[in-house]
Each structure stands twice: as C-alpha cells, then as structure tokens.
Ligand binder design. Structure first.
Ligand code: SF4
Length: 363
C-alpha cells in the first residue's frame, strides 16, 4: 500500500493478523481450562483458590488490559463462551436495539461499581460466593451470545469489564486485532473490536449527549471507587449500610473533582479522561502491589524484596506517561479527520463524517 493510502486509524478490515488463528484457539482452550480449574479449586481448595483469584489473577487483569487489551479480548473465557453460539450458528442471534442498547454501557459499569462494595462485604472472604459469581458471569456471557448477534450480547455491551477495556485499550502498547469477528457483521456502534484506537474518541464526540455523559460519569467515578475499595474497613468495623454510603460519597467526590477540573481548566474532556484513567490505574496498583507481594508469599512461600512494590509502581508511572502521551496525541489527528474529507470508519456502518456537523455545531 502506498504511504499516502495508509489509514489514519486502521480498522479491523485494514489490518492483517500477525499470528495464526490456531494459536488463539489454543490460548482460548488454555484459559477455559484454567477457568474450569479455578471453579473446581473453589470447591476442593477453597481458601487457596480464593487467595489465588483475588490476590494474583484478578490484579493481573488491569495491567494486561492496559498493555495488550487485544490479547485479553481474544482470549477472555467469557468472550470464548459468548462466541460459541455465533460460531456454531445457534441461538436467536438478534440485534441489540432500543433501551437495552442505549443503556448497555450504564448496565456494564453499574455491574462493575456494584461488585466493588460486594467484594468487601462478601466476595473477598467467601469462596462459595465467588464460585457463584464466576458461574453467573460465564452463564450470562453464554446466554448473551445465544440471544444477541455478534458481540452485542456481552463483550460489546453488558460485560462489566467492557468500559475498562474501552478506556485503557485505546492506545495499546502491544496490539492484537480481534480474531473473533471474521467477518464483522456490524453489530455495534463505535465498536471497540472494529477500531480500538478511535472507539473511545468517537464515543466522546457522539451527537447523543446522554451517551457522552454516561461515559464521563464512569471515567470520573473510577478513582473514587478504587480509593474507597482499598481504604474503607470491611464489616463489622463498618455496617453494610455505612460501607455503601462511604462508597457513594467517595464516588461523588471523585465525580465532583472531575467536573470542577473540567470547568476551570482548558483541558478537553478526552484529555481529562486520559489523565483520570492513568490516575485510576496507578492508584489501583499503589494499593494492590504490596498486597500482591503478601498473597504471593502466602501461596508460594516466596518473599519478594520490600522494594518490589515501589519498583513496580515506578515502572507503571513510566508506562502511564508513555500511554498518556500516545493517547493524547491522537485527539488532534482525530479532529482533523473529523473535519476533513478523509473517511475513518468507527464501525461497519459508521463513518466519522456523520459526526462532523454535530462537532462543528459544538464549536
Ligand atoms: S461490530 Fe463487527 S467487529 Fe464489532 S463486535 Fe460486532 S461483528 Fe465484531
């Protein structure tokens, strides 16, 4: 392809897979096997498996989504189950429409936000509760794939990890294109899997202001949620009601700070979201890494140096700075594309040019 024809933001149809499909299939089988082993472990070795899940495996997810989101989306056990009906040609395969479609993002982040206090109340200490949660998530993913077409029934809509993947996966340090949607059937608007680099930007320039507000609320509340999760004492120190109240207060403070900064600064909404996302990730590992060192010691007897969490946090700050710079530098190119005649596809049936007039109206 001549240089002048190189797409500004290549979509799924403009990128060539760099690894064979069988490798992804093998990876999916391996992760499904690991998931099954965890489910069995929660029954046979409940406390060890609980520590392994919450102490090591789950904390690895945010950094994986941050560094190589495409790898996770191609291997996620929920996605694998969700795509079985599509691949076998089974189920209703309906389009996601109406209120369910417009509220899908809110449902996804509400699930994510609800899970944080529920972890402190029950899930962090109760292997049986964790077993039920994992079974429920896997079942919902499978049912979503049975009822709705493409990834519209879970991965691109209701999955509680979805908003995180869109936020942190927009400037991947390691890229891997989607290997489920071959071919794309256009099941979603601003599809992350179709064009990961611009899905988030397209969301924030949508003509539906409610659509933008939903996303801003999620970004704004995230640091408050993380801070509350790691600093609030669990029952019986706090009653369940008091714990939920403290969570809500922390979320509101975080959202309030976001709107004050947005109002008094000249930073664009997109750039503020990027800064908030970086803050949230670093806050998470600031609290989590020392706990991970302890959990590793409990599981393996291996005691890492006390400096290991500091080294990990320092490395993450450097990676975050790189990520912030790469993500922020995209906005100007995106707006240029929006205002130019160039066409960038943000979904199988959506081009940026459709948003152009709206953007001009906003000044
Ligand atoms: S719009 Fe296309 S790429 Fe996106 S999830 Fe649906 S089928 Fe896959």
């Amino acid at each position: 392809m001549a240089k002048s024809e190189t797409p500004l933001f290549p979509n799924i149809t403009q990128t060539t897979p760099r690894s064979p499909k069988w490798l992804w299939e093998a990876g999916r089988l391996a992760l499904l096997g690991l998931t099954l082993a965890l489910l069995i472990g929660l029954v046979s070795e409940p406390m060890t498996t609980l520590t392994l899940t919450w102490g090591v495996l789950v904390p690895l997810l945010p950094i994986l989504i941050f560094i190589a989101p495409g790898v996770w989306r191609n291997l996620c056990p929920m996605a694998t189950l969700n795509q079985i009906p599509r691949r076998l040609g089974l189920g209703l395969q309906r389009p996601l429409r109406g209120d369910l479609r417009s509220q899908a993002y809110v449902i996804a982040f509400a699930l994510f936000f609800i899970l944080a206090p529920v972890r402190l109340l029950q899930l962090d200490y109760d292997p049986f509760a964790l077993l039920l949660l994992l079974l429920a998530l896997l079942a919902l993913a499978l049912i979503g794939g049975f009822v709705f077409q493409g990834k519209a029934g879970w991965c691109g809509s209701f999955c509680p990890l979805g908003p995180l993947e869109r936020l942190y996966g927009q400037s991947p340090l390691i890229k891997a294109r989607d290997r489920f949607c071959e071919p794309c059937i256009g099941c979603q608007k601003h599809c992350y899997d179709y064009n990961p680099e611009v899905a988030q930007l397209a969301d924030l320039h949508d003509k539906d202001h409610g659509y933008i507000s939903d996303r801003k609320f999620f970004f704004a509340a995230l640091p408050g949620l993380i801070h509350a999760y790691f600093t609030l004492p669990s029952p019986p120190v706090l009653t369940s009601l008091a714990l939920v109240e403290q969570f809500v207060i922390s979320l509101l403070v975080s959202v309030g700070a976001y709107h004050v900064i947005e109002t008094v600064s000249r930073v664009s909404t997109y750039k503020l979201n990027i800064l908030y996302a970086a803050l949230g990730l670093n806050l998470y590992y600031f609290y989590r890494l020392p706990l991970m060192v302890d959990d590793l010691h409990t599981l393996t007897g291996l005691r890492l140096d006390v400096a290991a969490p500091y080294a990990g946090n320092a490395l993450l700050i450097l990676l975050s700075l790189l990520w912030v710079w790469r993500a922020m530098s995209k906005e100007d190119r995106y707006i240029s594309a929006l205002l130019s005649r160039k066409s960038v596809r943000v979904g199988a049936s959506a081009r940026l040019s459709a948003l152009k007039e709206e953007y001009r109206d906003q000044g």
